[in-house]
Design a protein around this ligand. Structure first.
Ligand code: PMP
Length: 286
């Protein structure tokens, strides 16, 4: 049984409790982060902590712990649960007021709720899926206008994932005004003539921590990058495509809406970027 963290306590998972009045439960009034673990160490903890601060600030929510405390909690959970490869999930909500109300509660009277738990995923880095690549479908992006805030409001991305499964694919890329925004839980890229093309950051997409690292490594490796909008038709005509996220790292995409990309295999750029990302991340892990 896992040991989890709830509001200052380390508890067995079946003893951890959150109020039914918690605004995370009633209103999706909460933010989260997922930090991956390789070799028992945290990947890009500083990036995730910085984005957490930004999400909290955008929602006028107080941070219940400092970065140092957060790091200590992450490490304690990784250690107590013996995680070598996997993830640490962190969620902070606006807490549990006495009753349900649309207005935000007074933060003095209602402290935020903080929950962390680990997910054990042996073989995460050496994934056979990464050697094969994934298939995506395209769906309309009907999410709200602040996708840069990492909220727990994940119903549409979940529905997108189910639409993909039903269509025999692995994930969905979302389309707004003809252009790809991002995957259900990842950032989206295409490769054309050796050039990596991805949507620039804005309120329309999550500013992926993996995205920032991968683009930095790509630049250091003298790869050409173009941050611009791209259409789904352009994507289907690309040589390669891939996604990035904390839990998939760099994952090749080999098919979009049933159209194979290139020769239908992962290609050269995505597998190379995955290798660089994993090597560099392991070196910098804490
Ligand atoms: N976009 C969305 C919508 C996501 O949910 C995620 C992962 N949570 C990402 C992009 C990738 O972000 P990161 O690289 O920080 O995991």
């Amino acid at each position: 049984m896992r040991t989890v963290y709830v509001n200052g306590d380390y508890l067995p998972e079946d003893e951890a409790k959150v109020s039914i009045f918690d605004r995370g439960f009633l209103m999706a009034d909460g933010v989260y982060e997922v930090t991956s673990v390789l070799d028992g160490k945290l990947i890009d903890f500083a990036g995730h902590a910085a984005r957490l601060d930004r999400s909290l600030a955008e929602l006028d929510m107080a941070a219940p712990v400092t970065h140092d405390e957060l790091l200590a909690i992450h490490r304690e959970l990784v250690s107590r649960n013996g995680i070598e490869e996997g993830m640490v999930y962190l969620q902070i909500t606006r807490g549990a007021p006495d009753d349900r109300d649309f207005a935000f509660p007074d933060p003095e009277a209602t402290p935020s709720t903080i929950v962390l738990f680990t997910q054990n995923k042996p073989g995460l880095a050496d994934s056979p899926v990464a050697k094969q690549g994934i298939k995506v479908i395209s769906i309309e992006d009907i999410r709200w206008g602040r996708r840069d805030i990492k909220t727990v409001q994940l119903l549409y991305p979940s529905m997108g994932k189910m639409m993909a499964k039903k269509a025999g694919a692995d994930d969905a890329w979302m389309i707004e005004d003809g252009h790809v925004t991002e995957g259900t839980s990842n950032n989206a890229y295409i490769v054309k003539g050796g050039k990596i093309i991805t949507r620039p950051t804005s309120n329309d997409i999550l500013h992926g921590i993996t995205r920032a690292a991968v683009l930095r490594f790509a630049q250091e490796a003298q790869m050409e990058i173009e941050e611009r909008l791209f259409t789904i038709d352009e994507a289907k005509d690309a040589d390669e495509a891939f996604i990035t996220s904390a839990s998939t790292f760099v994952m090749p995409v080999v098919e979009i809406d049933g159209v194979p990309l290139g020769d239908g295999t992962p290609g050269k750029v995505a597998p190379r970027l995955r290798e660089i990302y994993l090597d560099e991340s392991r070196k910098a892990a804490i």
